[in-house]
Design a protein around this ligand. Structure first.
Ligand SMILES: Cc1cc2nc3c(=O)[nH]c(=O)nc-3n(C[C@H](O)[C@H](O)[C@H](O)COP(=O)(O)OP(=O)(O)OC[C@H]3O[C@@H](n4cnc5c(N)ncnc54)[C@H](O)[C@@H]3O)c2cc1C
Ligand code: SF4
Length: 435
């Protein structure tokens, strides 16, 4: 073959190889930067179940990256130096699609990491904990995802009904939490004719209620008591919540909202549960409280006003308003920037620290840009002293500030359920990156 013919054959090969190498290099640089950002912001610990990649088996084919349902709107997995890496650990919600997609069996799904253990309650096969009469369902027990939580909620109620533990004058079961696990448990309790009450510190839907507006929800069909077969696979947060609200209202479920369980003790064979509003006595308790905890409060006068919220669901609802966001982490910066970027709002970001060290670079940049455009007023070294109907009093470097205000969004992190579990004697196993 002469050199001309050889060139004709080799040229397309060279073009394809160059294209592939350039693309691989771009992916590497982008994912490496995301990883660096994640490390700098200290966001390295996944909330629950997540993939552990064995680099000796991984060939960097990227099948896991493509398979992750969150990839369209978050960086969860990436390819660095030809190997898959969890580049956005806090964005991982444990779908497990990566493990199924990997053709080389390089992924194991695990809880916790070497550095930070994750406490998982030790449960019997019927979801009962070491404390007789206290059952656990859903993500708290380690099983995340909507379908799993819905299924476990009803299975746990069936187990409670079978155990037959009753006490005169006491509820058969108090269900704590109205996320998917608590919702399915409430439907099952009603169907079985049990004496039950559900209490929820926030709103129906649990973690689902807190998803951003319009989030694509990936789930699987499931059978629900009193409702029948539910066919959702890919849906939106709003559709799912609408359906669940109809299921609750249509069946007259006994769920009390904005009521937080604060403590519990066992006396004379029953559980005495104190909430933020009242006391209950129950023969059994179902913990369907998830793993995301309770939002941390500021503890200042006026915090009970209805204009104080603990998360941003939809920036649009604050159009035309004067908003104060409190906090220095990613969720605070994201909330402040997204409301400020609407343009017709007056937004103030108040943080007690000197700099936003706990936030990702891209969020810090968004805040800087909004601040430079005059859309956002950043108050470092500041703390809210009092919240009033139309204004907020802040203290900044010893000086008192009085700001007009319509809404306060507190993004000061959450209190995890670990201490609550310990206080009621639930035995846990701490997982350090194991299945
Ligand atoms: C951003 C994000 C996206 C996700 N996307 C998907 C998805 O597409 N598909 C999917 O299948 N899963 C998804 N998940 C996971 C899924 O939402 C959870 O696994 C599921 O909601 C767990 O249900 P649960 O009922 O166990 O807990 P949760 O949904 O967490 O509900 C627990 C409830 O208990 C309440 N509670 C807690 N403590 C108390 C207390 N002391 N007193 C009273 N009430 C209390 C909480 O307010 C909460 O409402 C996602 C999770 C997140 C964070
Ligand atoms: S699918 Fe498996 S082999 Fe391919 S990049 Fe992911 S972990 Fe590596």
């Amino acid at each position: 073959m002469d050199s001309w013919s050889l060139a004709v054959y080799l040229l397309p090969l060279a073009v394809i190889t160059t294209y592939y190498l350039v693309r691989q290099r771009r992916t590497h640089v982008r994912d490496l930067n995301t990883m660096k950002d994640t490390i700098a912001a200290g966001m390295t610990e996944p909330a629950s179940l997540h993939p552990l990649i064995d680099p000796s088996k991984c060939l960097g084919c990227g099948a896991c990256v493509k398979a992750c349902p969150e990839t369209s709107h978050h960086d969860v997995l990436g390819i660095i130096d030809g190997k898959a890496v969890l580049i956005g650990p806090t964005e991982c919600i444990g779908h497990g699609a990566c493990k199924t997609a990997c053709p080389f069996d390089a992924i194991t799904l695990v809880f916790g990491t070497e550095r930070r253990g994750l406490d998982i309650p030790v449960l019997k096969p019927n979801f009962e904990s070491n404390v007789p009469g206290i059952f656990v369902a859903g993500e708290l027990g380690g099983m995340g995802l909507i379908k799993n939580a819905l299924t476990q909620g009803q299975q746990a109620l069936e187990a409670i009904s079978k155990a037959g533990l009753k006490s005169p004058g006491a509820l058969d079961v108090l269900i704590i939490g109205a996320g998917p696990a608590g919702l399915a448990a409430s439907l099952a309790a009603k169907k079985m004719g049990l004496g039950y009450q559900t209490v929820e510190q926030d709103s129906l839907g649990g973690a689902v209620f807190q998803y951003p507006r319009g989030k694509l929800v990936m789930t699987a069909p499931v059978e629900l008591p009193l409702v029948g077969k539910v066919h959702f696979r890919n849906t939106s947060k709003e559709e799912l919540l609408k359906f669940w609200t109809q299921a609750c209202n249509g069946n007259g479920l006994k769920i009390r909202y904005q009521e937080r369980v604060e403590s519990m003790e066992r006396k004379d064979g029953t559980f005495h549960i104190r909430t933020s509003k009242q006391q209950y006595v129950a023969a059994n308790v179902l913990l369907a409280i998830g793993r995301r905890g309770t939002p941390r409060k500021l503890g200042v006068p006026g915090e009970e006003l209805s204009k104080v919220v603990y998360r941003l669901i939809d920036p649009e609802q604050y159009r035309g308003q004067q908003v104060i966001v409190v906090g220095g982490g990613d969720s605070a910066l994201e909330a402040a920037a997204s409301i400020a970027e609407l343009g017709d709002t007056k937004v103030c970001l108040s943080y007690r620290g000197e700099a936003f060290q706990r936030a990702k670079q891209r969020n810090r940049q968004r805040v800087e840009e909004a601040s430079a455009k005059g859309q956002l007023n950043v108050l470092l070294n500041s703390q809210i002293r009092e919240i009033r109907q139309d204004e907020v009093l802040l203290l900044q470097a010893g000086k008192e500030l009085q700001l007009r205000n319509d809404t306060v969004i507190v993004s000061a992190g959450g209190i995890l359920p670990n201490d609550f579990l310990k206080s009621i004697g639930i035995e846990v196993e701490t997982k350090f990156g194991t299945a």
